[in-house]
Ligand binder design. Structure first.
Ligand code: UD1
Length: 374
């Protein structure tokens, strides 16, 4: 019998790719999506959404809409969230409502149903770690530093310094055992979402897995949204003949995972019924610096535009974090295999069809207005 999967946020960047991936594997897909105008211009469903996806328009906190959307569903993937890290620092109430309160209602509805879903996969985020794990070679010790002090950032000393010897530290792969230290309202919301889903799932016997997504990139990243991820922002600027604007010195790194691999990881988590009540990293396991992203995109586009390195920092930003994928590989048997350049090629091929507007300046101005850069 065909299994139906409900994807909250199913019209979005990750949700729509997940829908395609599930449809191709014989699942039926229902999406519950609020079609937020910041992401979906005019609140219209995106053209890329497969017509076989049964789209229900509404927030997950709309109890009646959610009850209906859950009818006959085997598994749920909860992706619906507001996702701008910087924006969450000045739209604090809106983010907390959309990410925490809406998830609370979603869980209440789920937990009270007679026919509960057999699986719940919740989208968590690497941002809950704050800084990743580091190692001081001189002291031969792993460290989990908190945010860089304000004076250090003012002095433009970007790298993390050892708590014992003040020497430089190297980033290490970050395992799930590293204590969370969320540094933005968004990442606090994501930690709450993760813990709420796991706790309620456990209490009501809904086998739940929380996946800590690292930086997803690829086609359909919301180009109209100035708070979209850095790869799409940079590509949009280059395609408009403008230099990418880089915070700090550009050597900060992230773990970029192409969306096609991310959704394969989500589907694996849905299907592995022996794995429950776990939080698992979902990244590529490899760090790429922000300047490398800008240079790789310029090379792929064949444009000589050099990035503009601002030497300013964005409030709440962390320096390095990349996934230790050992637990995910062990429990789910999942590894991402695509190279970063292959992923960028897919993003660019799509962006060339989109005539992207460049909204990067507007986002930067907004952060400055709220004193969230330095
Ligand atoms: C991103 C996601 C977040 C997700 C997390 C983990 C977005 C907006 N945020 O957060 O939802 O939970 O990954 O998957 O997609 N940068 C520049 N110039 C710019 C923009 C960014 O230098 O114009 C730098 C930032 O300072 C940062 C890095 O690029 O060091 C990554 O920033 P961003 O793409 O916003 O992602 P995260 O904050 O890591």
């Amino acid at each position: 019998m065909t299994r139906t999967i409900l994807v909250t946020g199913g019209a979005g960047f990750i949700g729509s790719h997940l829908a395609d991936h599930l449809l191709a594997r014989g699942y039926a897909v229902r999406a519950l999506d609020a079609l937020e105008p910041q992401v979906h211009p005019g609140g219209r469903p995106p053209a890329y959404l497969d017509p076989r996806v049964e789209l229900r328009v509404g927030r997950v906190s709309d109890r009646a809409a959610l009850e209906k959307a859950l009818e006959g569903v085997w598994g749920v993937v909860h992706l619906a969230s507001a996702v701008g890290v910087g924006q969450s620092m000045y739209e604090i109430a809106r983010y907390t409502e959309a990410n925490v309160l809406d998830t609370a209602v979603f869980l209440e509805v789920l937990s009270r149903r007679k026919d509960k879903p057999k699986r719940l996969v919740a989208a968590s985020s690497m941002s809950l770690y704050g800084e990743g794990l580091y190692r001081c070679a001189a002291c031969a010790a792993d460290q989990s530093p908190v945010l860089r002090p304000a004076e250090q950032l003012k002095a433009r000393r970007w790298e993390l310094e050892c708590a014992s010897c003040a020497g430089p530290m190297e980033p290490r792969p970050t395992p799930e055992t590293k204590l969370p230290y969320p540094t933005s309202v968004y990442s606090i919301n994501k930690r709450d979402q993760e813990e709420m889903c796991l706790a309620v799932g456990r209490a009501y016997k809904i086998p739940t897995v929380a996946l800590r997504f690292f930086n997803a990139f690829g086609s359909r990243q919301a180009l109209s949204n100035p708070y979209t991820g850095v790869a799409a922002i940079f590509a949009g600027r280059l395609l408009n003949g403008r230099p990418p604007v880089i915070f700090e010195d550009g050597r900060q790194s992230r773990d970029f995972i192409h969306v096609s691999e991310l959704v394969a990881g989500i589907r694996t988590a849905l299907e592995r019924e022996d794995v429950a009540f776990e939080a698992l990293n979902l990244g590529s396991g490899r760090p790429i610096s922000v300047i490398e992203v800008a240079l790789a995109l310029a090379k792929a586009l064949g444009t000589p535009i050099a990035p503009s390195v601002l030497g300013e920092f964005r409030e709440g930003d962390t320096r390095h974090c990349y996934a230790d994928m050992a637990k995910t590989e062990r429990l789910l048997g999942f590894t991402a295999k695509m190279t970063f350049d292959e992923g960028l090629a897919e993003l660019l091929a799509w962006m060339r069809t989109q005539k992207p507007e460049d909204k990067g300046d507007a986002a930067l101005e907004e952060l400055r207005r709220h004193n969230l850069t330095g």
